[in-house]
Design a protein around this ligand. Structure first.
Ligand SMILES: [Mn+2]
Length: 354
């Protein structure tokens, strides 16, 4: 785009209208959304902010049409997104597949692969009622729906739910707006990822106009760090070593530190992103002493550095940019061996950061 070419105002205004292909898909789904219908909403294993937000919003929208709605997920509703469920939304997840027995319709959100429905998959495969899918992913190996309303250009499934509400003339209440904002906010990484389209912001603008308080949403979703995680981070950063000459950064955690801070494995897992974020780093390492003569090593790389190739030297593996290995020995011993190998590997590799 040339910096001297002005943007057509009509293009900007178009951002607020529902794309024609979506209107057609919504009209195909509409005959299933009738008064008195018992509908279950489901989403993938370990529902994320988009899955939960889309369900919480759609449950309320379909209730406006006089439908009887329940949520039936393969795994429990995450505590982080509990605030999206009010007294007006029924979560029947605890009843398992039995909660699907008497439904007239199933709507699957934010996935199109029956295998990602986990414990519900077999029941869903044998359901005799219509199944609709609302999703923004490329379909998986075992697509599930009879009627599909999908668009991979949508930043989140929540954007598609918003368009459904607009097309069917349903009201965006403050609770619905919050749920959809949660969907957009989390799936775009706080409006930072490449799916942060102009329309993502247009829909977010409409949701703010409908009453969402952005700071409150930020605090509820992102300002939820447990003190143990920060204590662990302080200890971890105290061990940070950086070799700028070859682009290698690493941190090490003793068994005592992890135990002493009360941190969980989840807390430890993301720590390697800190050495990885150091400017000029090509390879980041995290050493974690498990306390029984074993050390877990995480390898994270950028550019042309193959973390997997290095991890394989130590009996590990994974992906090109993210790998791991479980090694026998003391922390100091394992650290020495891996750092030596990493230095040799990086020294032989031309520098390319992209
Ligand atoms: Mn999504």
């Amino acid at each position: 785009m040339s910096s001297r070419t002005p943007v057509d105002v009509a293009v900007i205004e178009d951002l607020f209208s529902v794309p024609a292909s979506r209107v057609a898909a919504i009209r195909a789904l509409e005959p299933l959304l009738t008064r008195g219908t018992r509908v279950a909403l489901s989403t993938h294993l370990n529902a994320d902010g988009d899955g939960c937000g889309s369900e919480a919003a759609l449950a309320r929208l379909l209730a406006q049409r006089g439908m009887h709605v329940r949520i039936v997920n393969p795994t429990p509703w995450p505590e982080l997104f509990r605030f999206l469920l009010g007294d007006d939304v029924e979560d029947a997840t605890a009843r398992g597949a039995a909660a699907l027995e008497d439904i007239d319709l199933l709507l699957v959100l934010d996935i199109n692969d029956v295998r990602r429905l986990g414990v519900l998959a077999d029941t869903v495969r044998s359901l005799a009622v219509p199944i609709g899918v609302i999703d923004h992913h490329v379909p998986g190996e075992e697509p599930v729906g009879h009627v599909t309303y999908a668009d991979t250009t949508a930043c989140a499934t929540g954007e598609l739910i918003f368009d459904l509400a607009r097309t069917l003339g349903l009201g965006i209440t403050p609770a619905i707006a919050e749920s959809l904002y949660c969907a957009l906010l989390t799936d775009t990484g706080g409006f930072r990822f490449s799916n942060t389209s102009p329309r993502a912001h247009a829909v977010a603008a409409a949701l703010l106009a409908a009453g969402v308080a952005p700071e409150a949403m930020y605090r509820r979703i992102y300002a939820q760090v447990k003190p143990a995680r920060l204590h662990l981070l302080r200890e971890a950063l105290g061990t940070l070593r950086i070799d700028e000459s070859i682009g290698l950064s690493w941190i090490s955690l003793t068994h005592e530190v992890v135990q002493g801070t009360g941190a969980t494995t989840d807390d430890v897992d993301g720590l390697v992103e800190h050495p990885r974020s150091v400017a000029g780093t090509r390879l980041a390492l995290l050493f974690r002493d498990l306390g029984h003569g074993k050390v877990k090593v995480s390898f994270r790389s950028t550019g042309n550095v193959d973390a997997q190739e290095l991890a394989r030297q130590f009996g590990g593996g994974g992906h090109v940019k993210a790998s791991g290995a479980l090694m026998a020995g003391s922390l100091a011993d394992v650290e020495g061996r891996v750092i030596d190998a990493a230095r040799a590997y990086l020294a032989a590799l031309p520098r390319r950061l992209d």
